[in-house]
Design a protein around this ligand. Structure first.
Ligand code: SAH
Length: 401
């Protein structure tokens, strides 16, 4: 891949934070609802089953195992919304499938489309919990961003997702439902080209459900999206990073560093107190050694807190000996949180210092700016609606980017 292409790809997954978390909204262009089953659901999603498990289910019913491949082709390749649309599956098997499984049980509570064609879904799950997912369009890319948990236990002080703690892990089927719903927002000639696991939750705290979901995304008999086009973002759980490296899959790793030393990192990312920066970096080094894939370090720029030239130099010295890339994310405002993004000159100075140490750095590109307000805070607002007078959704905060 050329240098420019690499740069673009980094921009691509960086934008997801905006889509998920920013508060600066203007117009919600459209709100539509895709068809969904009624809540609550009692049947499991068929996507909870791996290809092998679905083949076994078929065989147990006296049906050849290859039917599982056909069923998966309809779900992942042909974008059906119901079992009845699976024309080459015998009617009796379609009936059995409908009786045993669901396909799209989540309720689409909101569907927002921005002027730049970024789309966001707020989904309600069978137990009344909410999650969000995003589709971003670039001329030659369709990147989706998905959630892995309801809430988050990591407690990063600037992040909306963890404000009310962790409710629960998502299941494999719930993770895949986001992918499939977003895929169905695309036109017939559009395909998902990139997937970033940067929505609500800590992905590595839910590897057990995430890895099978990503198998279905990357398998040829699934969505067929190459592992190299998938990026997993983590707060930095060392053993889980090593476990991910050992899967043998070429996923990209993004580590949320956010500070160059333990004192500051623990202040911003409380879970750091039990882990420590050195441990995180060592695990990331192990990931690189095992996979040969360059690690990206994410760094949320919080004005006056971690954005000084001194912190840039400290960060540069930390990473200098490593094959690394830094992705700077200007803070996206979150209702009731006091943090703000630095000015553009301050951000540029931070980038220039990193580059002067030979560390490639990019600043997140903004996407879907006009629906940012809603997305990322959609779930929060759903849980504790803000009074109309202080509702950020209707109060755009424009930034000079
Ligand atoms: N738990 C994972 C995924 C979090 S979302 C992780 O920690 O990496 C992806 C990125 O968005 C993380 O780097 C996260 O720290 C960052 N982020 C969270 N809240 C933000 C905010 N308000 N503004 C900018 N970036 C934010």
């Amino acid at each position: 891949m050329g240098a420019r292409a690499q740069q673009n790809s980094r921009f691509e997954f960086a934008v997801c934070y905006t889509a998920r978390l920013s508060l600066c909204g203007t117009t919600i262009m459209t709100t539509t609802t895709l068809s969904v089953d009624a809540l609550p659901v009692t049947r499991p999603r068929v996507t909870e089953l791996s290809r092998a498990a679905l083949a076994e289910w078929c065989i147990e019913r006296g049906v050849p195992g290859y039917r599982a491949d056909q069923i998966r082709r309809w779900i992942f390749g042909k974008r059906v919304r119901s079992f009845t649309e699976m024309h080459d599956i015998p009617a009796s098997l379609r009936t059995q499938l409908s009786e045993a499984f669901s396909l799209f049980p989540a309720k689409i509570v909101q569907h927002l489309t921005a002027r730049d064609q970024t789309e966001k879904l707020l989904l309600e799950l069978h137990d009344g919990e909410f999650i969000e997912c995003v589709l971003m369009r670039e001329p030659d890319r369709r990147t989706i961003c998905i959630s892995t948990q309801v809430g988050c236990a990591m407690g990063c002080v600037f992040c909306a997702s963890g404000l009310q703690g962790l409710k629960r892990n998502l299941t494999t089927g719930e993770i895949l439902e986001q992918v499939l719903l977003l895929d169905r927002l695309l036109g017939p000639d559009e395909r998902i080209t990139n997937l970033v696991v940067m929505g609500i939750g800590e992905p590595l705290a839910n590897l057990r459900a995430l890895l099978p979901a990503l198998d279905s995304v990357s398998d040829k008999g699934g969505l067929g999206l190459g592992a190299r086009r998938i990026t997993i973002s983590t707060v930095g759980l060392p053993e889980k990073i090593r476990e991910l490296a050992k899967t043998g899959k070429a996923y990209n790793l993004a580590v949320s560093l956010h500070a160059p030393n333990n004192a500051l990192r623990t202040q911003l990312v409380p879970v750091n107190e039990k882990i420590g920066i050195d441990e995180v970096l060592e695990a990331a080094d192990d990931f690189f050694a095992e996979t040969g894939r360059r690690v990206t370090y994410e760094y949320v720029l919080l004005s006056g807190l971690n954005d000084s030239p001194q912190e840039a130099r400290e960060l540069a010295r930390r990473l200098q000996s490593r094959i690394a890339h830094v992705n700077l994310i200007p803070m996206n405002g979150v209702t009731d949180l006091p943090f703000v993004e630095p000015t553009a000159p301050r951000t540029n100075e931070f980038v220039a210092i990193l580059e002067s140490f030979g560390i490639p750095a990019t600043v997140r590109k903004r996407k879907g700016a006009d629906i940012d307000a809603a997305c990322g805070q959609l779930r929060l607002h759903q849980l504790s609606p803000a009074p109309a007078s202080s509702d950020a959704v209707d109060e755009p905060v424009l930034r000079d980017e």
